[in-house]
Every structure is written in structure tokens, then in C-alpha cells.
Write a protein that binds this ligand. Sequence first.
Ligand SMILES: *Cc1c(COP(=O)(O)O)cnc(C)c1O
Length: 396
Amino acid sequence: MYMNLERYAPNNLKRPSKGMINVHPIQRGGILTEEARKILEEWSDGYSVCDLCFEGRVDLIKTPPIAEFKKDVAEFLNMDDVRFTAGARHAKFVIMSGIKNGSVVLDSLAHYTSYIAAELNELKVYEVPNSGYPEFKIEPEKYAETFEKVKEETGSYPSLALLTHVDYRYGNVTDAKEIGKICRDYNIPLILNTAYSSGIMEIDGRKLYADFIVGSGHKSWAATAPIGILATNFDYTDKIFRKSKLRGEWSGRAFTKKETSFFGCSPVYGLPIMTLMASFPRVVERVKKWDEEIKKARYFVRKMEEIEGVQLVGERPKNHTLMHFEAPTFHMIAKKHKKRGYFLYHELKRRGIVGVHPGMTKNFKINTYGLTWEEIEKVINSFKEIAENYGVEVED
Ligand SMILES: *Cc1c(COP(=O)(O)O)cnc(C)c1O
């Protein structure tokens, strides 16, 4: 045998960031709650809920209460029905596969998975421009302008619109309601991608005029990957949650209960669904405390900007905990440092902080969601200390 299996020994699979403060832009909302940690062992075997499936489809299971959970998540988002998917990307793919023809209009800060979901479904993509540096804002009326542009170019309005409620680059919070209204006026169904909002912020799909809400369990609902949330209204449930009509030509086999878009059952029926459920009561509570998160985020920005050259990019004031900084002064240090751009990563790690992308100094992203005030102070002071050690001026 040529494989070195020792490399997979538990001791070699330890997570180096254990016990550190994690400010990774995509991880803060996915950190498990205590309740989810408690059930990890019990449900960790593969598809652990499948031995309790008497209904022929896992989302119909009554114990554990998955069927009820679907209803509660729908209520939480103020939508009519919900399914769980293999991530937000899968949810977008599923919706687009139910639309199929024509074009989709999406914001120019959309996640790459939105573009790829459209491409896979052969929908032509049109982008809504943003305002560019330094705020990169998406103005609602640009949606109407883009709809008109599509009409001019193709002869018909787009078949679908998508809005990234909070984008992954700048953490800007768009005016979803205003864009929702425009889509209603044009009668164009809207997918609201809430990968960075539902699960940490209150989301009311009806108030926002969303026809579809897509969420990410591992990004923002304190669940293990991979699990996504797809919520919609009764107008679309038949179309999107359509059932298999196939019959095997030779065997006569049929799968009439299985919903085709989810391959019958999406592959989330072990820890992903169980941790999503176990965290849900906390998630329902935590979204009400968003104001405090904004307070921390704005404080963090103010303090970071006391470092010479460090500046927030994206909308001001900050309305989200995901933030993007430019730091030409750190970039200057990196140019002369023997570790080059990796110096910042190493300096932070030495101080017990992980999550700033290795190699990034000119621009970097941080997410402060759920950090305590003490942790916020520790991160700020670490940045300031690093700056001062390299001769960058710090106000205070
Ligand atoms: C990560 C991300 C996604 C994809 O989410 P998955 O649940 O991992 O598929 C979609 N949209 C945005 C804005 C993201 O950041």
C-alpha cells in the first residue's frame, strides 16, 4: 500500500484555529449554537434521520419534527412553504430550473453561484449596475432601467429577477422592499438571496415582496454545511416543488412522491438538518438583537479608521457586520516584509485572531457578527498594535 493513512489520524486533523477569535467574513453566522453542539454526536452518522423516515420523503418526517420545522421556518420568513436544499446555490438553481426560459436580471454584486445557476439553466444574464467606488450601492430604480433595457434588446421583459440582499464583498444592505415593489409592478418574480441576512436579521418575505427567499444554513443559521433554505409562496409551490412523473419504460417504476428538483430528498438529512433545527430557537431570538450588532460594527469601523490609511469601502454608515477595508499602509508594509502579504495573517494569528484572508493586506474583509464587546476590543487593539509596531500612525 502506497498511501500514508497516518495523515488522516485524528491528531492530524485538528483545526488550528480552535479557541481563537474567528472574524472570517463567511463564518460568523454559521458558528454553531451550544444547543447544536449538544446533538452533534447523536446525529453524526451519515444520513442519520433516514431510519426514522416512514413517509417516503425525509422532509415529511414527524419525529424528529422536520415537517413542523418546515412550517415554522416558513412562518419565520413570512412565506408559505419551505424546502431544504444543498446550500443557497442549490436553492437558486432549483428556482431557475422551474423558470427555464428567457433572462434573469441580477445585481452586479451577486454571488458567483447566482450567475452559474442561471448559466446552467440557460437563462441569459443581465446585470444591474452599482454606483462603483467607494460605496458600490445598488439603487432600486436601476432594476426598472435594466428591465427596460432587456425589453429593448430581446423584445420581452426578463422572466426573473434576483437581488443579493446583502452582498458578500462589501456587506451592503440593499433596499429589498423598494426593489420588490418594482418587480411586482413589472410582474417579474423576485428571488431574494438572504445568505447574509436571514438567520441573523429579521426577514419578512411578504413585506419585501419576495416571491422566493433563499438562505444559507451554514452561512447565517448556525448549522453545519451543507444546507440551504428555499422559501416561496403558494403561487409557485406547484411549479418549483413539482413531483416526478416518470415511469420506467421496462420496469414500470415510478417515484410519484419524490420532488424532482430536490432529487426526492436533498442530501442534508444528517447533521445539517439537525443542527439547523437545534439552533433555530436561538436564531429566532437573535435576529431581534440586530441593532446591537450594528452598534458593534459601527464602533469597529470607527476604531479601525483611526489607523492611518485604513478605510471602510462600501456603504456608510455601515448597516451590516460584514465589512471591507482598504489599507494602503498595510500594503506598503507587505511590500517590504519577508512574509510579504502574509505578514498580517501571521501577526493576527499570533494574537489569537483568525479569518483575515492569508495574503490580503491592500483590501481585506472582516465579519464582527456575534463577537462580544471584549472580543471587538481585542481585535481592534491587535490591529492597532500591529500598525504601530510597523510605524503606522494610530490616532487615539
Ligand atoms: C456563500 C454565498 C452563497 C452560496 O451559499 P451556499 O449556501 O454555500 O450555497 C450565495 N450567496 C452569497 C451572497 C454568498 O455569500
